[in-house]
Design a protein around this ligand. Structure first.
Ligand SMILES: C[S@@+](CC[C@H](N)C(=O)[O-])C[C@H]1O[C@@H](n2cnc3c(N)ncnc32)[C@H](O)[C@@H]1O
Length: 196
């Protein structure tokens, strides 16, 4: 999966990494920036997704599709597909370009809109990556967990970088007997939950 990343995907990843850095250096607003995960988080997500049980894969917060590309590599590895939700049309347009240029359309389904309006309809979820605005994490978690299959995995980004704002949600997850969970010190901090 990591040894032979197709050129089109490697090139688009590099282009998005450079764009992400440039927009950050220019001091652009949160809405303008891509706010994408670092590469090691992408590798971690791909490895974990490959170990998930059979079922649907979800991503909440597509931005320009960088993290989705890591999940797409995992999809190709194990024959899965991923549905990714993005609320902003400008970001969705960049993501469409990402999936078109990399030929990942076959394994990625992009849904434009508020993920919260769709999550209760997404049954039999085996893997979910949560990376949206922090004030919707709790709602998304509560919508996804009942639909996780046994052994299904939910990962939430920014559990350390946004610890203060996310602490009530993290406390809720750690005390939630439907899942086993812990925060891993990978990049910005990954809250990893496994449905019991
Ligand atoms: C941190 S960025 C995602 C970065 C992306 N996962 C990556 O690493 O390449 C968060 C994205 O979530 C989107 N978003 C925020 N709230 C959302 C919601 N309720 N439903 C769907 N997308 C949402 C934002 O527009 C933004 O593009």
């Amino acid at each position: 999966m990591f040894h032979h990343i197709p050129d089109s995907i490697a090139q688009r990843m590099k282009w998005l990494e450079d764009l992400n850095d440039r927009l950050k250096q220019e001091g652009r607003s949160a809405a303008e920036r891509l706010r994408q995960i670092p590469p090691d988080t992408g590798r971690f997500l791909a490895l974990l997704a490959c170990s998930a049980p059979v079922g649907k894969w979800l991503e909440i917060g597509t931005s320009a599709g960088y993290s989705t590309l890591w999940l797409a590599l995992a999809c190709t590895e194990v024959g899965a597909t991923v549905t990714t939700f993005e609320i902003l049309e400008e970001k969705a347009e960049l993501a469409r370009e990402t999936f078109r240029l990399t030929g990942t359309n076959a394994v990625v389904n992009l849904v434009v809109g508020d993920a919260r309006e769709h999550l209760s309809d997404c049954r039999d979820v085996a893997f979910c990556f949560l990376d949206a605005e922090k004030d919707v994490y709790r709602d998304c978690y509560e919508l996804v967990v009942p639909n996780l299959v046994k052994g299904g995995i939910l990962v939430a980004d920014n559990a350390i970088s946004h610890k203060t704002i996310l602490q009530p949600m993290i406390d809720r997850v750690l005390a939630d007997e439907r899942v086993d969970a812990m925060v891993l010190p990978i990049d910005r901090g990954e809250l990893v939950c496994r449905k019991r």
